[in-house]
Design a protein around this ligand. Structure first.
Ligand code: UDP
Length: 302
């Protein structure tokens, strides 16, 4: 998502400095920008001290593992980047008098008892479960952001991002879109966790970054949901991928991970009202681009 955000900002004529330790990101996603004079990449862990010379208009804090597989592999790094990393990015925004945007998550709602999820819902999060390293880190990051806003007057916004997909995801990312794509394109069984009746709502990445950009330019400090309200079960999603790829690998069931949210759908009324934003790319179209991308990835690896 970060690389897509870079593309959008550069298109808007904004110079970009990327700080990334590439813990879970892939350098190939930004290599096409290396020759540009208005783009700079720094290998930097934002939990460590760093300095940025000159004026900065915007600070966008997107750093964090985001796939359950990645944050379960790196729970302490995930908590650090949501806490120490958030603090450092907020300090930078304060020092530069820059507008700050935090990318938070629908995981702030945990396994939600309110459906669809509205921003005013406080969530249902297990604070000590395996996913808590991500959920609580992001919830802490939201609290820290609001504290800098309220007590230090930093101009801040918080996006709660729902499941997003599209080109540039890692093949072995572990999330449902790359996992099903990889399996379908190799003709292997699609792994359905649980009975597949849990739901998610998938937003195409170009829509999502457009929402982030509008939020960056807005004055709204309280969280805003960004995502596509088109909700479907994981089983329905598997069937869509089977039809699109023509795979004959079949399916297999695996145990549902602990605290896996049963349902998830964003209420995006606030984003519509405040940002004039709503997703434009239907699932079938977004998935066509995504299948194309994963096909080339699978062929490269083969
Ligand atoms: N899932 C699945 N098979 C997989 C990977 C994920 O059935 O190989 C399910 C997972 O249990 C969850 C949903 O797909 O219910 C979305 O999982 P993902 O890891 O993409 O993101 P989450 O929304 O859980 O953060």
């Amino acid at each position: 998502m970060g690389s897509h955000m870079c593309d959008l900002l550069l298109r808007e004529g904004i110079r970009v400095i990327v700080l990334d330790n590439l813990l879970t990101g892939a350098e190939r996603n930004i290599e096409h920008l290396y020759s540009r004079p208005d783009f700079e990449f720094r290998f930097q862990d934002v939990t460590e001290p760093f300095e940025v010379d000159g004026a900065v208009d915007y600070v966008i804090h997107m750093a964090s593992p985001a796939s359950p597989k990645d944050y379960l592999d790196h729970p302490i790094e995930t908590l650090d980047v949501g806490s120490i990393g958030t603090r450092r990015m907020l300090e930078l925004a304060q020092e530069k008098d820059a507008k700050y945007l935090l990318t938070s998550t629908s995981e702030s709602y945990g396994d939600p008892a309110v459906h669809p999820q509205v921003e005013t819902y406080w969530g249902n999060v297990n604070p000590v479960g395996p996913r808590s390293c991500y959920d609580e880190s992001k919830r802490f990051a939201e609290a820290m952001t609001m504290a800098y806003h309220r007590s230090r007057g930093v101009r801040t916004s918080i996006a709660r991002i729902f499941n997003t997909y599209g080109p540039r995801m890692k093949l072995n990312d572990g999330r449902v879109v790359p996992a099903f794509m990889d399996q379908a394109l190799r003709g292997e069984p699609i792994t359905i966790f649980g009975d597949g009746s849990q739901t998610r709502s998938f937003c195409y990445v170009s829509d999502l970054v457009e929402g982030l950009y509008r939020l960056l330019l807005s004055d709204e400090a309280l969280p805003v949901n960004l995502g596509n309200p088109h909700e479907l079960t994981i089983l329905e999603f598997a069937k869509t991928i089977e039809e699109m790829t023509g795979t004959r690998g079949g399916r297999m069931n695996r145990e549902l991970p602990q605290d896996d949210p049963r349902q998830r759908q964003p209420d995006i009324s606030k984003a519509r009202r405040l940002l004039g934003w709503s997703p434009k790319v239907p699932l079938a179209e977004g998935m066509r681009y995504t299948v194309e991308y994963f096909r080339s990835m699978v062929e490269t690896v083969a």
